[in-house]
Design a protein around this ligand. Structure first.
Ligand code: GLA
Length: 736
């Protein structure tokens, strides 16, 4: 890992273990251009690649064609409205109402380590595991400075980019668009991978050709959302799971975003990512600065899988924090699908009593324990225990659960306010709303205006008091509606455009406060299932509820999309009851266990009511979790086959970092009549070592139990047809 600056050629080069990223400064006007991103190069002087040799040359030599230069030059980060007609990354409006920004190089700094981003989640790394380049650019007319930061890591090929804007003028300026990252490059038959979904159908993988014009994914819902995800990759059409070039960007942010690729008239592409400019207008006072969130850029020549493993390692080592970062999480049982709102102390203790005997380690009390909330119409904001339901009080319940040898966890939805709540009666102006307009309800609730300090303090004290009142060791922090009606009674007219971003900053501040005061707490974020499963939230919580859809088959798809970027250790996944509450599907209990094993693992059912047969399987699943979770949390993940592509089976693998063992999960979705075995190739193993199927008793059909690593990869193994649908098996391989 190194960052160099060649004074003579005015070239910056960032080298990670396997990639190089190159930036150059050209012309007397000091334009900052993008030269190269890709496989690692030994050559440092790439000045010959700078796109200035062809007409229109550079403005100092040919200012009559200035706009042609600006409209074609591969920019490292762009201004706007002065002749680059491609969509740009920075837009402003001055107090006189004008737009137009042009950036030129001013200075730079290369230093060891990485500075924190004020108020924002971001990757971290200390000297000597990390180095940073800070390029300071300026617009001389506006007295605006733009600091572009690039951090690289000794143990990763990712590059973390962020942008800070400083207003050195005497007047305020309005930032109307601040994206974080931009990469201009030639098109190379690229295809774009993005993630799409809905409630209960999060993060389905979509691949489409990059074509002329703009293609984007975005959210203007105030959160990263179920619908589209702050991630995009672009790869050559020939790139596969295991080989070929792929580039990706992922946003370390949980609010509105835009991720876009534009292909222009000359078949160059501009890929960019940042806060969505819709409803964004930030008033930057004289002397003030604005910090834009971080974007992680990844290039891999090892296909989609190489990109995935790069994100996983970066997030495990440089983003996720806290006590549980590298620890096995307690196996929990959550009462949501077991009881919904219909529970009391007795019911919960019955569930806990039975669960503790089966090896389950924590009871989580979900929605409905506070105010007078017996359905989803009321009481958000009134975070007082409903002692009619929780007879004996919360402390009594927690103590009783602890006596069973179990931990206790609780559900909150701190960002919300129900119209039917004491809080709303007292403070109707604490809800986000446009004055004079009837607010748009969703699930019969409004969003609290957390941009106001007094609201943040109130909310914090409410839930902190609950957490202080008993031995609560886990919190599920939920967020069950998206933002709309962007109006704050606390912000002046010329700051209303700051609401969406300020709201996200407020959530970060609250979670930061909470994790500081309660450092031993295990925090699981959630948003109507997986609508805020993003890298921003992972900075505060090591796990996030993946989806409200707990059906094992649907989950294969949701988890495959999620694991495209995020480590398996982060995916909240539970075994639930059947017929499944979302799709009505009946799957074997074993299969539900195998699928949940690829995440945090837990239960979401009434253990006192399921069949004896299923209940008897729980201790086996608990043992399976304890046997494999270290490997699953820390290993390398390989996608082998996805039923969304082949319709019949799903297969993935986790390989230990030292390649000493691997766990292959095989799920047959549909059985096919009159069909022979299926050849599966198992990648990622040490080609020279011999592996043994440790659980050979689960694979009686196999002719042998020992195979060479290269044989398993290139020749594969024949998986027999399994009798019935939705059947699964694990294959545990160990090097001998
Ligand atoms: C959301 C969560 C669920 C559950 C409910 C409670 O939908 O995703 O797991 O907590 O809220 O209202």
């Amino acid at each position: 890992m190194n960052i160099t600056y060649q004074e003579r050629n005015r070239i910056f080069k960032l080298d990670t273990a396997h990639t190089s990223y190159c930036i150059g400064i050209v012309d007397k006007e000091n334009f900052v251009g993008h030269i190269y991103y890709g496989r690692k190069l030994t050559e440092d002087n790439l000045a010959y690649l700078m796109r200035t040799e062809e007409p229109p040359y550079v403005p100092s030599e040919n200012n009559r064609d200035r706009t042609s230069f600006l409209d074609t030059f591969p920019m490292e980060y762009t201004g706007s409205d002065l002749g680059d007609y491609r969509e740009g990354t920075l837009e402003v409006r001055t107090t006189s109402g004008h737009t137009g920004v042009s950036l030129s190089y001013l200075s730079h700094r290369i230093y060891d380590g990485k500075e924190k981003l004020c108020g924002l989640p971001a990757t971290f790394g200390q000297d000597p595991e990390c180095k940073t380049l800070e390029l300071t650019c300026e617009d001389k007319i506006l007295h605006l400075q733009v600091i572009l930061s690039y951090s690289i890591f000794a143990d990763s090929d990712a590059i973390a980019r962020s942008v800070k804007i400083i207003n050195n003028a005497k007047e305020p300026i309005y930032l109307t668009k601040v994206l974080t990252a931009c990469i201009d490059m030639d098109n190379d038959d690229y295809e774009m991978i993005t993630l799409h979904g809905s409630w209960a159908r999060e993060r389905a993988i979509q691949t489409r050709p990059v074509t002329l014009g703009k293609q984007s994914v975005s959210s203007v819902r105030g959160e990263s959302s179920h619908q589209e995800h702050p991630f995009m990759a672009w790869k050559k059409s020939t790139t596969t799971e295991e080989s070929g070039d792929i580039y990706a960007m992922n946003f370390v942010y949980s609010g509105n975003f835009l991720a876009q690729i534009e292909m222009n008239q000359f078949s160059s592409i501009r890929a960019m990512m940042g806060i969505h400019p819709h409803d964004f207008c930030w008033k930057l006072g004289a002397g003030e600065s604005f910090q834009a969130p971080e974007v992680i850029c990844v290039y891999s020549s090892e296909g989609i899988g190489g990109m995935t493993r790069c994100f996983h390692d970066l997030y495990r080592n440089h983003l996720i924090r806290g006590e549980y970062k590298d620890k096995k999480r307690p196996i929990l049982i959550n009462n949501w699908e077991a009881t919904y709102f219909d529970f009391n102390t007795e019911k919960l203790l019955n569930i806990a009593g039975q669960a503790s005997k089966l090896g389950i380690e924590m009871l989580v009390m979900d929605d409905g324990w506070f105010g007078h909330r017996n359905d989803d119409n009321t009481s958000l904001g009134d975070w007082q225990v409903n002692e009619e339901k929780i007879g004996g009080g919360l402390k009594y319940l927690v103590d009783e659960v602890n006596k069973l040898g179990m931990k206790f966890g609780i559900w909150f939805e701190p960002e919300m306010i129900s119209p039917d709540s004491d809080l709303y009666q007292k403070h109707p102006d604490w809800a986000i709303a446009i004055p004079g307009r009837m607010g748009s309800l969703a699930r019969n609730q409004y969003v609290l205006d957390l941009t106001r300090q007094e609201v943040r303090d109130y909310v914090y004290e409410m839930f902190a008091a609950i957490l202080r009142s008993a031995n609560i060791e886990y919190v599920k922090w939920d967020m069950n509606r998206q933002l709309s009606d962007p109006g704050s009674y606390g912000l002046p007219a010329d700051r209303q455009g700051e609401l969406f971003h300020r709201q996200v900053l407020a959530v970060y501040e609250l979670q930061d406060r909470m994790t500081r005061e309660f450092p031993h707490l295990l925090l699981e974020n959630c948003s109507g299932g997986g609508a805020r499963f993003d890298a921003g939230m992972l900075y505060y919580s090591p796990q996030i509820w993946c989806s409200d859809d707990t059906d094992a088959i649907e989950r294969l798809s949701i988890q495959a999309g999620t694991a495209m970027i995020y480590p398996l250790s982060t995916m909240g996944a539970h075994v639930s009851d059947c017929p499944n509450h979302t799709v009505g599907r009946v799957t074997p209990f074993e299969t539900r266990g195998y699928v949940a094993l690829a995440g945090t693992f837990g239960y979401e059912l009434d253990v006192t009511k399921i069949s004896e047969e299923d209940r008897n399987l729980i201790p086996k699943q608990v043992a399976m979790y304890h046997q494999y979770n270290d490997l699953i949390r820390s290993g390398d993940y390989y996608r082998i086959a996805h039923y969304a592509d082949n319709h019949y089976y799903d297969c993935y693998e986790v390989v230990a970092k030292d390649k000493s063992e691997a766990l292959v999960t095989y799920i047959q979705i549909l059985n096919r009549p009159n069909y022979h075995s299926r050849r599966i190739h198992i990648p990622g193993l040490d080609p020279k070592r011999t592996y043994e199927i440790v659980n050979a008793e689960d694979w009686p059909e196999m002719k042998q139990t020992e195979y060479k690593g290269d044989t398993l990869h290139y020749a594969g193994i024949n998986i027999p047809p399994l009798w019935g649908d939705f059947k699964g098996r694990l294959m545990h391989l160990k090097a001998i």
